[in-house]
Every structure is written in C-alpha cells, then in structure tokens.
Ligand binder design. Structure first.
Ligand code: TXA
Ligand code: MG
Length: 337
C-alpha cells in the first residue's frame, strides 16, 4: 500500500478518489462526501450493498449544521460530551446530503473522529468525509496496516499505526424521548446513560426492529475465511444459553474432537483461559473487555494468516458485565452466524 501525507490524502479526495484514513476506532475507506462518483467507488471497492448507508465524518459543529435539519437537545449533549470520539449520531438530513450517502433514508449518520491527522484531512478538505470501515463487505474491520493491506491493497493510506479502540463507533439515535442504540461500539452505553441521565434502548438485543432501524446490521459481518464457531460452555452459560445461541457443541473439547481430523482448527478465548488449552493452537483476546475490544478484529484477521479453517471461540470470560463486553460479544455472534 502506498503511504501518503495529510496533504496528499486531501489531494486524492479532491480528485474524487479513495484513501484509507485512520480513526480511533478502525481504519476507514474515505471519499469526499459530496462527490457522487467517489461515493460509488466506495461501494465498489467494498462490494457493499447499496442499501447500506455511510457515515459522514466532520471536524466541527458548523459542518454538522449544514448536513442536518436540526440538532435535538439530547444529540447536542452527547456531541458535547463525546466528540471528537467514537459516537455516531443519526439525525434528520438536510437537502444537501446526497441520497447515495444515506441509501435513500431521510436521516444521516454523522461523527467527529478523534484521530488528529484525519481531523486535519477533513479540515483541509472543508467537506464531510464519507467513510465506512475499510474492510471488504462482510469481513472483519482493519485496525492496523497489515490487515488493511489485505482488505484494500490498491488504495493509498494515511498511516496512523494501530487504532486505539479497535471497535467501530457506537451508533445512537437521540432524536426521540427514548434514546436508541443502533450499533453497539467503542463508546460504552453506560457512559451515554450517565450523560443523558436515562436508560437507553439497544435495538436488536431481543432481535427487535433491526430491519427498520439499523440497515447495516442486516448484512453478513466480521467473518474471516475460517468458520467461526462459538462455544458457550455449560459450566458458565448452561443449556438454555447454548440453545438460544444455537450452539453446535457444549465444550471446546467436544468441538475439537469432532473437527480436528478434518480441518485446521484453533481456539480464540480470553487470555485467562489459555492455560486450559496448552498444546492447542491458541490466540488470546486479552483479559478485560477493553483489551478484548481492541484485539478482536486483528485476532480474526490473524486466524487467516494461520490458515485456520475452524475458529473455535470459547465465550467464557467474554460474557461479563464490563463496559464494551456486550459489543465484543455482539461482533463475535455475527462473525459466527
Ligand atoms: O467507527 C466507525 O464508525 C467507522 C470509522 C471508519 O468511522 N465507520 C464505520 O462505518 O463503521 P460502516 O459503514 O462500516 O458502519 C456504519 C453503520 C452501518 O451499520 C450503517 O448501516 C449505519 O452505520 N448507518 C449509516 N447511516 C445510517 C442511517 N442514516 N440510519 C441508520 N443507520 C445508519
Ligand atoms: Mg463496517
């Protein structure tokens, strides 16, 4: 991949081409948000369904004001508390936002990223930047240059090293009385609730309303080449949980015994489980949810370089009450479905 400077990245965007930009969450595949041909290139490069809308990245409140018809108080409070940062807000769009960006919806997603070089690119361009995660559609998002290279080998990159959080932004609809989370992500729900002084509702927790509210969640997601098989061990989760998640096996050993002769297998689990699996191929996700969030996507990418055909994930140690744990679990469930 060709590495470019901030000014070169701006030039590329002005010319209507794509460039990969670092953010604090994951790498984005960026285009000038007002350039329809460039937007089309995003969908092509990712193989992304046209029905899946894009986030516009801004550098200021003034820029948001041009893109939306109004900013409700709660949305404003969240912007003040968390921008720049991993918060994406759904707002009613203004007329100047192209329908190609929003997949024809009357709303637009906006976010102000925290990565300083990327903020500088938006600032110099003077326009919002449309940027989905820089993976090909359906695959794990890239959080470092090596993984990005696998996804977008032909596109130039502004090098930002490894991304800080490792999970995409939290998508929030704060237009109504009941604030809704459309995608769990790098900003913990608990922090949002603290600022708002109210509980939020997570769309899709009980498989409700995903189709209507969060188009992106309908598509295949986060899957590496190997098949991801989630194990909900009996001792931690019990039968009911395993059934609810349509588990094929009740323990890692059972999965291994069934698959090992026929496939190249490996185990992914919380770091503290490593001692249980000596002698197996093993990748540690980290100890706490924050570490697991940061490592999740690069671990899924790593299973590919190791050639694993079956990625057996021990979910014990991921189902905790820590902030971000639900987001990690949600990504894994989708990778495994
Ligand atoms: O952290 C992030 O958000 C990264 C970095 C690059 O900023 N971007 C990212 O974009 O994750 P993408 O396209 O991979 O995910 C955007 C999500 C999708 O699930 C999409 O369906 C949803 O946001 N989305 C976009 N516009 C929407 C809208 N108007 N209403 C509801 N959901 C929307
Ligand atoms: Mg994505």
């Amino acid at each position: 991949m060709k590495k470019v400077s901030i000014d070169q990245a701006v030039e590329i965007l002005r010319a209507g081409d794509l460039v990969c930009l670092p953010t604090e969450t994951v790498y984005g595949l960026a285009a000038d948000g007002f350039n329809l041909l460039a937007i089309e290139k995003i969908f092509e490069a990712k193989g992304r369904p046209k029905e899946n809308p894009l986030i516009l990245h801004v550098d200021s409140l003034e820029m948001v004001e041009r893109l939306v018809s109004r900013i409700p108080k709660k949305a404003h409070d969240l912007m003040k508390a968390f921008w720049p940062g991993p918060l994406t807000l759904v707002l009613d769009k203004s007329d100047i936002v192209p329908k190609e960006v929003t997949a024809g919806l009357s709303t637009v997603c906006v976010r102000m990223p925290k990565q300083p070089d990327t903020l500088a690119v938006i600032n110099k361009l003077g326009s919002p930047i449309a940027a989905p995660s820089a993976n090909r559609s359906g695959r794990p998002s890239p959080t470092n240059l090596e993984d990005l290279e696998k996804e977008m080998p032909d596109i130039a990159v502004l090098d930002g090293g490894q991304t800080e959080l490792g999970l995409e932004s939290t998508v929030v609809d704060a237009r109504g009385d009941q604030v809704e989370i459309l995608r769990l992500g790098g900003l913990p729900i608990e922090e949002i609730e603290k600022v708002l002084g109210q509980k939020v509702r997570v769309i899709g927790r009980d498989n409700t309303e995903i189709e209507i509210k969060s188009p992106g969640q309908m598509f295949k997601h986060y899957s590496p080449n190997g098949e991801v098989i989630l194990i909900w061990p009996w001792e931690s989760f019990g039968e009911k949980y395993a059934q609810a998640n349509q588990a094929r096996y009740t323990s890692v050993e059972e999965a291994y015994a069934d698959l090992y002769d026929r496939f190249k297998c490996g185990i992914v689990a919380s770091s503290e489980r490593e001692k249980l699996y000596l002698g197996y191929e093993f990748l540690a996700l980290g100890i706490d949810a924050k570490e697991q969030a940061k490592n999740l996507f690069q671990t899924l990418h790593r299973t590919e370089s190791l050639g694993w055909e079956k990625v057996i994930v021990d979910m014990t140690g991921i189902d905790t009450n820590q902030a971000l744990a639900e987001a990690v679990m949600e990504r894994l469930k989708r990778a495994g479905s």
